[in-house]
Design a protein around this ligand. Structure first.
Ligand SMILES: Cc1ncc(COP(=O)(O)O)c(C=O)c1O
Length: 383
């Protein structure tokens, strides 16, 4: 086996979840998914597709009607995106892996903004790339971008910048000005930007349908790949469907890569995705409103606890916080499961930069569960 594979760390979130295995009294907020099931209209489309006998391969890049619908959806949100720039993938994580496979050779250097969902840094490492981590920094309890440090790290030898905003786990979101600065810099250094925008629609600022996107400001010829997922905004984590927006002309090469990865996403799953995109405007704003209620239930209660520091995320579905004196996040997360049945993700799962922090996924059908969870945390802290 390649040593890099043997050396890959096992998921520390799973390690905490395993500590609670078989216990029905645990309130689980450790994984990045809602406890709401997929909307019926989406599931019905998959069932109809199966009943119609759509059990065969599709084009590598996805059903033309899904690529077209995604292009229209993105054009509506961000300005013209042509359907031939879209590739449908079997999940957001597969979209990210394909982006790395497209760009990264063994020995290449990539820069990643961290802390971040660990798959984003593991994928180029699996391909043999050197991953340079540039950390967000904490300012007044919130995570912010240290732009001078990031710009200094991106040089003409940087093959790609990997950046996820709205960010999992910190809730940090890029501003338009930051995006403009990064795009201008990467144009100069010839660096690709791989922007993971899977939480783009989960954005809580008033009158905004989506978080700032690189698609708003880039040209179709820019070295930019944007990855999306159906998992979060359409409650479809178990379906495994995602997509890529590519520069003009890249799709035929990506089609080859998809052929060698999964060949295509299952057709009935793509039909479900098509229904999701068609009903997006009827469905997503309500989901975002429910998630905002969750956020506004959890954050004030957390920040009212003595010793807890937390900031209010503008996007995504995570509260990222720390508790004074609790510097070993894995040990603390395990203790919370064992003592009070509270399931959170340890910050260290997202990088050493986040040691001492905890991630709480607040996507819950019933905000009362969040109140219950804060009560459990408070008990564990002896408050
Ligand atoms: C930042 C980020 N990107 C991508 C994904 C992948 O989503 P999926 O593979 O479920 O489409 C996730 C899932 O948690 C995520 O948090």
């Amino acid at each position: 086996m390649r040593p890099i594979i043997a050396g890959l760390p096992a998921s520390k979130i799973r390690e905490v979840a395993n500590a609670g295995l078989g216990r029905s009294d645990v309130l689980p907020f450790w994984f990045g998914e809602s406890d709401e099931a997929t909307p019926d209209v989406v599931s019905e489309a998959a069932i109809a597709s199966l009943r119609a006998g759509e059990t065969f391969y599709s084009h590598n890049l996805g059903l033309p009607e899904l690529r077209e619908a995604l292009a229209m959806h993105l054009s509506d949100l961000h300005g013209a995106v042509a359907a031939d720039r879209i590739a449908v993938t079997s999940s957001g994580v597969s979209a990210l892996m394909i982006a790395s496979q497209l760009l990264v050779d063994a020995g290449d250097e990539v820069v990643a903004v961290v802390p971040v969902w660990p798959n984003i840094t593991a994928q180029p490492a699996i391909l043999g790339a050197k991953v340079r981590r540039v950390s967000l920094r904490v300012q007044g309890g919130a995570w912010v971008l240290d732009m001078p440090t990031l710009l200094e790290a991106i040089t003409p030898s940087t093959r790609a910048l990997l950046i996820n905003a709205p960010n999992n786990p910190t809730g940090w979101t890029l501003t338009r000005e930051e995006q403009q600065t990064l795009l201008a810099h990467c144009r100069q250094t010839g660096t690709w930007i791989v922007a993971d925008e899977v939480y783009d629609r989960i954005y809580f600022e008033p009158d905004q349908r989506a978080a700032p996107s690189f698609l708003d400001i880039a040209d179709a010829s820019d070295r930019l790949i944007v990855t999306h997922s159906f998992s979060k905004s359409f409650l479809m984590t178990g379906w495994r469907l995602g997509s890529l927006v590519l520069p003009t002309g890249c799709s035929p090469d990506v089609a080859k890569l998809i052929e060698f990865n999964t060949s295509c996403a299952p057709v009935f799953v793509q039909r479900a995705g098509l229904a999701a995109v068609h009903h997006a405007d009827a469905f997503v704003p309500g989901l975002v409103q429910r998630l905002k209620t969750c956020r506004d239930t959890l954050i004030p209660r957390l920040s009212a606890l003595p010793g807890v520091s937390v900031s209010t995320p503008r996007g995504g579905m995570y509260a990222f916080f720390r508790v004074e004196g609790q510097d070993d996040s894995l040990a603390f997360a395990k203790r919370l499961v064992e003592q009070v049945g509270l399931g959170l993700a340890p910050g260290v799962a997202f990088g050493d930069e986040a040691e001492g922090w905890l991630r709480w996924c607040f996507a819950s059908r019933d905000p009362g569960r969040l109140v219950d969870g804060v009560g459990r945390l408070s008990r564990a802290l002896g408050l």
